[in-house]
Write a protein that binds this ligand. Structure first.
Ligand code: NAD
Length: 516
C-alpha cells in the first residue's frame, strides 16, 4: 500500500504556486494518520488585492482571446487532469481522508465540468437578436460580458469539484479567478490548477490564496466583481451581506439536512446499498448527503434490517486504493462534532442501530457509519446539519406524512425518494422543497448531471451552479438596440398624434399574430 503521506518536495512545489506572503503558516494535519502533513503558507489581505489586480490585467487578453481559444485550453486541461489522476487522487485522499472511490467521484465531477463549460460556453453566451419593440424602426440584440474577477471561496470537503465546478465556467466565460482555498483543501486545488496552467491558462488568471476566512475571505469578497461561495449557511449569510453592501452579486451554496423517503412498495434488500451510499459517501461530509430517512411502516422493519446489515458490512479504513468503502472524517473538529451529536441523541433517548463510536484503531478521526432511531426534536441532530456519517430513521404511516416531515426543515438543498413505482415516486418528488430531488438514488443522479443546475432553497443558498445557470451568473447581460433610420419614433406631440393610430394597430396586429 502507498504511504499515507506526501513527500515534502511535492508539497513545497505545489505551495510555491500560492499568493501567500504573510510569513505565517498554518499546520495541516493528515486525517489518515493524525501527523503533520505540512505547514501551509497563508496570505495577507494585500496579497488578495495584488492577486486581484494581476488577475484583472490577465483577464483582458483572456477575454479577447475568444471562445475558440478558451475552449481549446480547457479541453487540454481536461486531458491533463485525466493523465495526472493518480497523483491528484493521492493528494486529495491524503489531505481529506476520503476513500479512493469517493475521491474519484469528486475528481470525475471536476473533469466533467471542465469539458462541459469548454463546449457550451460559446453556444450559451453568443450574441443573439431579439424581437425589437417596434419592428422596422428598431433592431435589438443581447450580448454577455464577462464580469471580470470572480472571487471563489471553497470549503475543505470537496475542494477539487466545488472549486472547478465554479472556476471552469468563470474561465470559459472570459473571467479571471481569485480563489480562497480552505487550508485543508489547498494542495488538492493547487495540483488540479496545475493542469489548467500547463494547458495554457495564464498563472495570474487563476490565483489561489489561503488563510483565515474573516480576513482573507473578506478581502476576496471586497476585491471581486462576483462571488461564488460554498460553505456553511452561517458563513454564507455573512458573505452574502458583505457582497451585497457593494451590490456585488453572489451565489451561495450552503448547508443541508437532506431527507430521503422510502415508500412501502420498495424491495428493502434492493435499496439498502444505494441508501447507504447516499448517507456515508465522504464519511457523510458531502453537502447533499442524506441525514434523515423517513420509511413507511409496512416496510420499516425489513428496510431497517437490510440497511443496518449493509452498513455493518461496509469496509472502513485508510488506503490509497479502492479497497475501502468508508473513509475518515477530515479533522478533529469534525470528529468532535459527530461524537457530540451521537452523545447528545443517546443521552436524550435515541437508540444506536449501527456504529456509534470512534475508531482510533483505524486512524485518529475515523467514526463508524452510524444509524439512529428515536431521534426527537430536542436532540441536536434532529434539525442541525451533522456533516458526518450519522443518519436518523423515522417511521411514518403515509406518503403525506413523509413529505411533510421531509419539508419541515430550514434547509432545502437535496432530497430523495425511493419507490417501486416511478409514477408514485415522481408524485412525491414533485412535492419536495429542495434544489435537487433524486428518484431511486440519494444524490448522485442530480449531482452528476452537470447540464442541470444545482443549489439550494431556503437556508441552503441562493443562485445555482452547473448547467447554463452556472455560467450565466458570471456575465453581465447587455441589450443593444439600434434605430434603423427607416422610420422615426415620435418625439413631439404632433408626431405622437400622427403615429398613435398606427401604433395601436401594430399592438393589435402583434396580438392577433400571436407574436411575443
Ligand atoms: P465554512 O463556511 O466554515 O467555510 C467555507 C469557506 O469559507 C472556507 O474556505 C473558509 O475559510 C471560508 N470563510 C470562513 N469565514 C469566512 C468569511 N467571513 N468570509 C469569507 N470566507 C470565509 O464551511 P466548511 O466547514 O468549510 O464547509 C462545510 C459546510 O459547507 C457544510 O455546511 C456543508 O453543507 C457546506 N457545503 C455546501 C455545499 C453546496 O454545494 N451547497 C457543498 C459543500 C459544502
Amino acid at each position: 500500500m502507498a504511504a499515507l503521506t506526501l513527500t515534502q518536495p511535492l508539497v513545497s512545489d505545489l505551495v510555491g504556486d500560492l499568493t501567500a506572503t504573510s510569513g505565517v503558516t498554518a499546520p495541516v494535519i493528515a486525517p489518515f494518520t493524525g501527523e503533520l502533513l505540512h505547514e501551509l503558507p497563508t496570505s495577507t489581505e494585500s496579497d488578495v488585492a495584488d492577486a486581484a489586480a494581476a488577475a484583472r490585467i490577465a483577464q483582458k487578453s483572456w477575454r479577447e482571446a475568444g471562445f475558440a481559444h478558451r475552449k481549446a485550453v480547457l479541453l487540454k486541461a481536461h486531458d491533463l487532469l485525466l493523465e495526472r489522476r493518480e497523483d491528484i487522487l493521492d493528494i486529495l485522499q491524503t489531505e481529506n481522508g476520503k476513500t479512493r472511490g469517493h475521491a474519484f467521484e469528486e475528481f470525475a465531477q471536476a473533469v466533467q465540468a471542465t469539458r462541459y463549460y469548454a463546449v457550451v460556453a460559446r453556444r450559451v453566451l453568443r450574441t443573439r437578436g431579439r424581437r425589437a419593440g417596434v419592428p422596422v424602426m428598431l433592431r435589438a440584440s443581447v450580448d454577455y460580458k464577462p464580469k471580470g474577477v470572480i472571487g471563489v471561496i471553497t470549503p475543505w470537503n470537496f475542494p477539487i469539484a466545488l472549486g472547478i465546478m465554479d472556476i471552469a465556467p468563470a474561465l470559459a466565460a472570459g473571467n479571471a479567478v481569485v480563489q480562497k482555498a480552505d487550508n485543508q483543501g489547498a494542495l488538492s486545488i493547487l495540483a488540479s490548477r496545475r493542469a489548467f496552467i500547463d494547458a495554457g491558462v495564464p498563472a495570474a488568471l487563476w490565483a489561489v490564496v489561503t488563510g483565515p476566512g474573516a480576513t482573507v475571505g473578506n478581502a476576496v469578497v471586497d476585491n471581486a466583481d462576483y462571488v461564488a461561495f460554498t460553505g456553511s449557511s452561517a458563513t454564507g449569510t455573512k458573505v452574502g451581506e458583505r457582497a451585497m453592501s457593494t451590490l456585488t452579486g453572489a451565489s451561495l451554496e450552503l448547508g443541508g439536512k437532506n431527507p430521503l423517503i422510502v415508500l412501502d412498495d420498495v424491495k428493502p434488500s434492493a435499496v439498502a446499498s444505494s441508501v447507504a451510499c447516499a448517507v456515508f459517501s465522504g464519511a457523510g461530509q458531502v453537502c447533499v448527503s442524506i441525514e434523515r430517512i423517513y420509511v413507511q411502516r409496512s416496510v420499516a422493519t425489513a428496510f431497517t434490517a437490510a440497511f443496518v446489515d449493509y452498513t455493518k458490512s461496509m469496509k472502513q479504513g485508510a488506503a490509497l486504493d479502492f479497497t475501502t468503502d468508508v473513509g475518515s472524517l477530515t479533522s478533529e473538529a469534525q470528529l468532535k462534532r459527530v461524537q457530540a451529536h451521537v452523545d447528545d441523541a443517546v443521552s436524550k433517548g435515541a437508540t444506536i442501530l449501527a456504529g456509534g463510536k470512534a475508531r482510533p484503531d483505524l486512524g485518529p478521526y475515523f467514526f463508524e457509519p452510524t444509524i439512529l432511531s428515536g431521534v426527537t426534536s430536542e436532540m441536536e441532530c434532529f434539525a442541525v446539519e451533522t456533516f458526518g456519517p450519522l443518519v436518523a430513521i423515522e417511521i411514518v404511516d403515509t406518503e403525506g406524512e413523509a413529505i411533510a416531515a421531509a419539508n419541515a426543515s430550514d434547509f432545502g438543498l437535496n432530497a430523495s425518494v425511493f419507490s417501486g413505482s416511478l409514477v408514485r415516486a415522481r408524485r412525491v418528488a414533485d412535492q419536495l422543497d429542495a434544489g435537487s430531488v433524486n428518484i431511486n438514488d440519494g444524490y448522485r443522479a442530480t449531482f452528476g448531471t452537470i447540464d442541470a443546475p444545482q443549489g439550494g432553497m431556503k437556508r441552503s443558498g441562493l443562485g445555482r451552479r452547473n448547467g447554463v445557470e452556472g455560467i450565466l451568473r458570471y456575465v453581465d447581460t447587455r441589450t443593444v438596440a439600434e434605430n434603423t433610420g427607416l422610420m422615426s419614433l415620435p418625439r413631439t406631440g404632433a408626431e405622437w398624434a400622427k403615429m398613435a393610430g398606427l401604433l395601436i394597430m401594430l399592438l393589435k396586429t402583434m396580438k392577433a399574430l400571436r407574436l411575443r
